[in-house]
Design a binder for this molecule. Structure first.
Ligand SMILES: Cc1cc2nc3c(=O)[nH]c(=O)nc-3n(C[C@H](O)[C@H](O)[C@H](O)COP(=O)(O)OP(=O)(O)OC[C@H]3O[C@@H](n4cnc5c(N)ncnc54)[C@H](O)[C@@H]3O)c2cc1C
Length: 548
């Protein structure tokens, strides 16, 4: 067995929003701390931000709003399935985050009175703030480099090193050379996103997802295999986005006065977008196409919207509309319901964490979409990236650490990867295998759900899991990376179906609609459903936890 070994203090898996922020914070607290990020892609452009973002979707302005008010709104948005503590911490630390970003040069536009431009994107109150920073991800990448953090790009974490129920590092695969890198760390932060590449978009394009397609549910799979608890996996989120391009539009346009109309031209909503309404919009969407109209808006508003969409969000949007000859001043913009995903940022799925970002395993912390802090968005990724770094460094203080001596796990990981490579009977390309798995997710894991469909999903996912090593054609290290991702997608689908089967009620509109239990049942189901590994996959334990 040939692999490289590293001994470090803090390992951060994933160099997106939460991972880069965690690394920067760790170095602020202790510049001598040996911090390593392993990132599947390259941190300059990887993750949900990619370029920039137009808003921090959670923000509390001191003296105007309170964290308690926000935490109550977050709980109502989640129909009661949200712990108070993490939402409170998120809100409490949001303004310090804004000030920190402003100090770094991030631009937050102000209105004519000199106040931050607050947006209505929650059920009550204005708890979002406009931001205008097309280079946000590049800024984070530069700061990570300047702070002395070591980054291994094009390197994917394949398994966590766990001994005596303590997490002690990770086994990683270099996606360029195919070599294993075993990273021994005193503590680990999982910040490698949600399961964005999960359901199949209606375009059929595997990578044409709303969320960053590199987030294939690896975080949930790594945590599950290591024995950490996951929760909210039954919340299969899907969003109403721009038809065919799968890009966001509602928050940016509706908060600036645009109208949501149906195919008959009837106005269904105006001037506000909020998460709760998204569930309703998703239902209306099924009855026929919906559109955004802006022909009633003044020219300067339209230009403001175009500026946000074509610079900060995604510049390719300009070409997309131009090629279709659509002008915001005269034409309606068609929307469509997109693929389902599991996510802690726009949803409630992920690792069980408390307000210190501690998971249920010793030595393991989680931040961003990987963690179940409901609807935490970018604000949450940044705030809990910092919280996780603070907690991880606190954990290291005055502690004697023993390196993981048991190399059974490394051997097993190597054997699993070799099995993918040595497959003379393989017949199915990664593209075809993944397409089939994700088409099955659309058919059996998404709403409308029922006992038959969910059981069938679990059976089919077990079958895919067994067949993957023998049937998948793996001709290169790139294919090997795809094989690991497909395995994560299958495991997440299995966990989602199992949790959905356990929740015998309907909740969150289209996100968990059971035809055999059509009503929301607060008496019996106002609680979390946690899933945890039992022995090896597919054996799992389901438990119920009261909402904090
Ligand atoms: C299109 C879009 C628009 C959004 N707009 C807003 C907005 O305006 N305001 C707002 O507040 N929020 C917004 N959000 C949500 C917000 O961007 C996310 O919640 C947040 O960025 C998530 O950060 P993260 O660090 O958890 O994940 P990411 O930033 O996605 O980072 C995860 C990283 O992990 C890496 N990775 C994955 N698996 C592995 C592995 N096995 N090993 C190593 N690395 C791995 C990935 O390559 C990626 O770089 C938006 C999201 C999207 C998708």
């Amino acid at each position: 067995m040939c692999f490289e070994e590293l001994d470090i203090d803090l390992l951060i898996v994933g160099g997106g929003s939460a991972g880069t922020m965690a690394a920067i914070r760790a170095k602020e607290i202790n510049p001598d701390c040996n911090v390593v990020i392993v990132e599947k892609a390259h941190i300059k452009r990887s993750g949900s931000i990619t370029m920039g973002m137009d808003a921090l979707n959670v923000m509390i302005l001191p003296e105007k709003q309170t964290p308690r008010e926000y935490a109550a709104v977050a709980r109502d948005t989640c129909q009661g399935i949200a712990d108070f503590g993490p939402s409170y911490t998120l809100a409490e630390r949001s303004f310090d985050l804004l000030k920190k970003l402003e100090n770094w040069g991030v631009f937050f536009p102000k209105d004519t009175c000199g106040d931050y431009q607050m947006l209505r994107i929650h059920m009550r109150g204005k708890f979002g703030v406009a931001m205008d920073e097309p280079d946000l991800k590049v800024m984070l990448w530069k700061r990570v480099g300047e702070s002395g953090v070591v980054t291994y790009h094009r390197t994917t974490a394949v398994a966590l090193l766990v001994e005596d129920e303590i997490v002690k590092g990770a086994v990683c695969l270099d996606l360029r050379t195919g070599k294993l890198r075993v990273v021994h760390a005193k503590t680990v932060i999982l910040a490698n996103g949600g399961a964005g590449r999960f359901g199949l978009p209606s375009s059929g394009y595997l990578f044409g997802t709303y969320d960053y397609p590199g987030n294939a549910g690896d975080a949930y799979s790594l945590a599950f295999q290591a024995g950490a608890k996951l929760t909210g996996m039954e919340y299969t989120a899907s969003n109403t986005l721009i038809k065919d391009s799968n890009l966001p539009l509602l928050y940016i346009t509706l908060t600036r006065g645009a109208r949501l109309v149906n195919g008959f031209g009837e106005v269904l909503g105006e001037g506000a977008a909020h998460l709760k309404a998204e569930e309703r919009i998703a239902e209306l969407q099924r009855a026929g196409p919906l559109f955004i109209r802006m022909d009633h808006l003044p020219e300067e508003k339209i230009q403001e919207i175009e500026h946000v969409l074509f610079t900060t969000e995604r510049p390719m949007q300009r070409r997309f509309w131009q090629q279709r000859k659509i002008n915001f001043r005269t034409d309606p913009l068609e929307l469509a319901l997109t693929e389902i995903q599991l996510c802690g940022g726009h949803g409630i799925s992920g690792m069980v964490v408390n307000r210190k970002a501690e998971t249920t395993l010793d030595g393991l912390y989680a931040a961003g979409d990987a963690a179940a802090v409901p609807m935490q968005h970018l604000t949450g990724a940044f705030v809990f990236g910092q919280v996780a770094a603070e907690s991880a460094l606190g954990y290291m203080e005055n502690k004697v650490f023993h390196k993981c001596r048991n190399n059974r796990l490394v051997k097993k990981t190597q054997a699993d990867l070799d099995a993918f490579r040595d497959n003379s009977l393989a017949q199915v390309s990664p593209h075809d295998f993944e397409y089939k798995v994700r088409r099955t997710i659309n058919e059996y894991v998404a709403s409308p759900k029922n006992h038959y469909r969910l059981n069938r999903a679990m059976e089919l996912m077990q079958g895919f899991h067994q067949e993957l090593a023998s049937k998948l054609i793996v001709n290169s290290t790139h294919d090997l990376g795809r094989a690991i991702e497909i395995r994560s997608i299958i495991e997440c689908a299995y966990l989602s179906a199992a949790a959905s089967n356990a929740r015998q009620e309907s909740r969150w509109g289209d996100r968990h609609k059971r035809t055999d239990f059509p009503d929301c049942d607060d008496v019996n189901w106002l609680k979390h459903i946690d899933v945890c590994r039992d022995k090896a996959f597919p054996s799992l334990k389901i438990s119920f936890r009261a909402v904090e």
